[in-house]
Write a protein that binds this ligand. Sequence first.
Ligand SMILES: *Cc1c(COP(=O)(O)O)cnc(C)c1O
Length: 390
Amino acid sequence: MNKNYMPGKHFLQLPGPSNVPDRILRAMDYPTIDHRGPEFSNLANDCLEGIKTIFKTKSNVIIYPASGTGAWEAALVNTLNEDDLVLMVETGHFASLWNKMAHRLGIKTEFLKTDWQRGAMPEKIYERLKKDTEQQIKAVCVVHNETSTGSTSRIKEVRDAINSANHDALLMVDTISGLASMEYKHDEWGIDITVSGSQKGLMLPPGLSFNAISEKAIKISKKSVMRRSYWDWEEQIEANRYGSFPYTPATNLLYGLKEAIKMLHEEGLEKVFKRHDRHAKATRLAVQAWGLEVLCKEERDYSSVLTAVVLPETHNADNLRRIILENFNMSLGNGLSKLSGKVFRIGHLGDFNDLMLMGTLTGIEMGLDLAGIPHQKGGAARASEALIKS
Ligand SMILES: *Cc1c(COP(=O)(O)O)cnc(C)c1O
């Protein structure tokens, strides 16, 4: 392939994988050490303890050498049994994949529909659970930040809905793309299993994923007889006690994780969340000024991590993305499954600042011009005004 060198930095404005800061790259740039040797357990302990401060939990967080999908599977196979009924909410593409996985594992699911333009609706969850007088539903699964649509589910309200319905179901939350970008409180919100991954808000390369688990989930896992081996929590928890893992961990990613946790606390998690909010707001103002549509229709569910932008029907979003990549060396997120070609997604998460946002929005505005997509000028300028004032 004859690929010409493109000078300057590539703009990786996907909603994950996100940009990996140099500090994390440097932190990983060491020889791999013996994961059964004396040095390793310090690293493991730092990561296993440190990551709890990001999930805001005092209980166990399991670290898998796997993508987020692996941690989804771990959450299901450790706590459920074949033919169990699970309530899932169809917030978008990722919720649909999790639902499909549950089916493949022999779990029955009921899939609460949404129009893919908002987060989960706690009142619908309440209504369904209230009708489940025999407590057939064993778990409620919700995606915190639906990366395919740019909408967020109000997890605390989902917990309250389960409590109000007096229901015993486990609450499982996928915050693969929400963690370390948006407020998240595993313990305080009463989550049983939180699933997350490394390549989004945590600013790491892909390859690590997590299960934060409540005491209740651990108790239930001891009774669950679903077949599992690689994902088994018990072996992990036992090995983690001694700063080790039951199989080879992703050692160099753990070097990176330790640095990422340090960086998040240096900035301060509250500040990190505010920064994401502010960039998301400025992005939406730009989209409005262009006269284009933000996919998420429920204002209180707007995501701080990404914005999905709907194009006029006569134009293809993948064509726009191609033009922007070829001309400006920037990658934007594509529309997934039924949104394919209809939307593009702007990631504004992770290691990201005002000028990176301005570069991103300017690149999009120039791309809209080159692609001949009708829009009003001044979106990027509108965002810059908002940044100056906030
Ligand atoms: C990225 C993502 C996933 C999938 O994670 P992988 O690391 O690709 O397996 C699942 N859910 C959400 C919400 C995501 O953003």
